[in-house]
Design a protein around this ligand. Structure first.
Ligand SMILES: Cc1cc2nc3c(=O)[nH]c(=O)nc-3n(C[C@H](O)[C@H](O)[C@H](O)COP(=O)(O)OP(=O)(O)OC[C@H]3O[C@@H](n4cnc5c(N)ncnc54)[C@H](O)[C@@H]3O)c2cc1C
Ligand code: SF4
Length: 583
């Protein structure tokens, strides 16, 4: 590949890497002077499901150990969260395996979860369909990964709010509206993080309300940033955590919550192929969910509906948002939403590589939990319970290590491997990869892997999403036009997230601003928030086919997908971005 132009009509985003040097920019060598920093016991970056499970478990352990609590100082546990409140940036399907949450809050029943407003009912019935065309649906026997009987439908956004309250009651210091922008490393050990500046203008200049960031020194640092993550990416490079592993791959999901007049009596998954293209050249693999939700507080009947697509596709005009809008016009879906009203929308990427793509989970002074560590089973679309379990196990490893006076958390790696997280991910470690060849070619092999429950030997490999050559295809021609009632455009969708990014904030999206049309179109269609634009006069591009890209970064909902396809999401100013409630 030349790195320019697109003479064969195909170019891969990897040939146009974003202008980022994560080790140089996001690792700070050494702490500021003692009187200029904040000192805490354990700092957790990310107040999502995983980070807050870690905080709560740690505080349970410290609650029974006054001496250790004392040793961790005035602030034994701090959580740094960039959203306005915990939950503000969290989104999931979400049907959850209940075990780890029951273990974490042992005194609560599932009825209590529903009364607290983060759980919406137990799965009693389920159905899986193929959708061969825009009109037809064909019910099939439920494949093993889609069996959800007994699981609970939750909102991770609401669950994070609940976990935040619990952690605060137990003594955690939760710094919301705060981005952790740098990992602080001293003598090869992570010794904390630095929070981001606030009040900078478009070009980085300090404005009237400027507040500089602060070093937060900690005896242990937990990276719970979700899908990949800003500091996680830098840590992986700094400490070679991905050495010998498969590359991470990604999926992007767009979700809506609808208030509906009639309760849905079952959980539904569809496996396509419609509205995706089945021909292998498009490289499209994806599926949908429709989950019933009963809001115990209001009595409302809701449904969670979403479309997930692997970011391995090759047609630049693939758009998870538009695929979801189109999917809603299928008669199977339309009859569920009929007479209803959309009450929430959001988008988020998830790590899809599973077991072989998990980086090493510890480094001197720090650990990775949840999606930061890639702990998602994308065959079953299940990560929430692994996030909770890994957060709890990280807390236990930290507690034990600090008790020994050590900052070596390396036993956590083995603990995860031997836990339900490691066991479940091992069973499906080779099941997803065959699907990269397409549903028709890869489906049977994937099925055999699932039935074997991991007993077949071998290690299937992954290819980086950004190395996939892109072409401008015709998937876009199949998208429905928004009607404002059942189907919506991207900007009105972003609007209902409560997205509040200052118009004069610095740009937090790193991409090249002049790239081949195939790359620019990839970003334009992929971004669920409509951030990337190709100016009208850039239509023809120059001789080599390059066009300009305009980045309307204030629309960004921080889904993270751009990092998989040739750009980089970095941390915006704390407090910016969506304010999800029910996703
Ligand atoms: C579309 C979709 C559907 C899914 N469906 C299901 C499902 O049905 N069932 C299931 O079990 N799993 C599902 N998953 C997977 C599951 O949602 C995730 O595994 C899980 O929610 C991840 O939790 P987490 O705490 O690791 O990360 P997150 O929920 O992403 O939380 C990370 C937090 O860290 C904060 N943060 C990140 N970086 C920084 C920083 N530098 N400074 C400060 N704060 C920071 C973020 O704002 C965020 O609040 C789905 C995922 C997606 C995307
Ligand atoms: S600009 Fe923001 S919302 Fe759009 S793809 Fe990138 S991270 Fe996602």
């Amino acid at each position: 590949m030349s790195g320019h132009g697109s003479s064969n009509g195909k170019v891969a985003p990897a040939a146009f890497p974003p202008p980022v040097d994560s080790r140089k920019e996001f690792i700070k060598r050494g702490l500021d002077a003692e009187d200029e920093l904040i000192e805490v016991g354990v700092v957790i970056v990310g107040g999502g499901t995983a980070g807050l499970a870690c905080a709560n478990r740690l505080l349970q352990l410290l609650g029974d150990d006054a001496e250790m609590m004392e040793r961790l100082g005035e602030v034994p546990v701090a959580v740094v969260e960039k959203a306005k409140t915990c939950g503000g940036h969290n989104l999931s399907g979400a049907v959850m395996r209940p075990g780890p949450l029951q273990e974490l809050f042992g005194e609560m029943t599932r009825e209590d979860w529903r009364k607290e407003g983060f759980a919406f009912g137990e799965v009693k019935k389920e159905a899986v369909y193929l959708t061969p065309t825009s009109k037809l649906s064909l019910r099939i026997p439920t494949p093993p990964p889609f069996k959800n009987h007994g699981n609970e439908v939750v909102s991770v956004s609401a669950l994070a709010r609940y976990q935040q309250r619990q952690a605060e009651d137990a003594g955690a210091y939760i710094l919301t509206e705060t981005s952790a922008t740098q990992l602080v490393v001293e003598d090869g050990t992570v010794v904390g993080v630095r929070s981001g500046d606030k009040g900078r203008g478009k070009d980085g200049e300090p404005l009237g309300n400027f507040e500089p960031g602060t070093d937060i020194k900690a005896q242990a640092t937990v990276l719970a940033e979700g899908c990949w993550g800003h500091l996680t990416g830098a840590a992986i490079k700094e400490f070679d955590l991905a050495e010998g592993r498969e590359p991470q791959v990604w999926e992007l999901g767009v979700k809506e919550v609808w208030k509906v007049p009639k309760p849905l009596d079952r959980l539904i998954h569809t496996m396509g192929p419609w509205p995706l293209k089945i021909a292998t050249k498009y490289g499209q693999i994806g599926g949908t969910w429709i989950y019933p939700m009963k809001d115990e507080k209001s009595g409302d009947d809701l449904v969670s509906i979403g479309f997930v697509v692997e970011l391995e596709y090759a047609d630049a005009t693939t758009s998870a948002h538009d695929l979801l809008q189109t999917f809603k016009t299928h008669p199977l879906v339309r009859k569920i939403l009929e007479g209803g009203e959309r009450v929430a929308w959001g988008a988020k990427a998830l790590p899809g590589g599973g077991y072989w793509s998990m980086p090493k989970l510890s480094m001197p002074g720090a650990l990775l939990v949840g999606d930061s560590g890639g702990m998602v089973d994308t065959m079953a679309l299940k990560g929430v319970h692994h996030c909770i379990k890994s957060g709890m196990l990280a807390a236990e490893s930290i507690y034990a290590a600090l008790g020994r006076g050590s900052h070596d958390f390396s036993d956590y790696e083995q603990v995860i491997d031997e836990s339900s997280v490691g066991r479940e991910l091992w069973e499906v470690r080779n099941a997803r990869q065959p699907l990269q060849k397409g549903l028709l070619l890869g489906g049977p092999l994937s099925g055999i892997q699932q039935i074997s429950k991991g007993r077949l030997p071998g290690r299937a490999d992954w290819h980086r999403n950004d190395e996939k050559p892109m072409f401008v295809g015709n998937t876009k021609d199949t998208y429905v036009k928004p009607d404002g009632k059942y189907t919506f455009d991207k900007l009105s969708s972003v609007f209902i997230t409560g997205n509040a990014t200052r118009d004069d904030a610095p740009n937090h999206i790193r991409v090249r601003k002049r790239v081949p049309r195939e790359i620019a179109e990839t970003w334009r269609w992929m971004c669920p928030a409509g951030v990337y634009e190709i100016p009208e006069d850039g239509k023809g591009g120059d001789e080599s086919g390059n066009v300009d890209v305009i980045v309307n970064y204030t629309n960004c909902v921080q889904c993270g997908a751009i990092t998989a396809k040739g750009g980089r999401l970095t941390t915006p100013e704390g407090g910016d971005g969506p304010l999800y409630q029910l996703t």
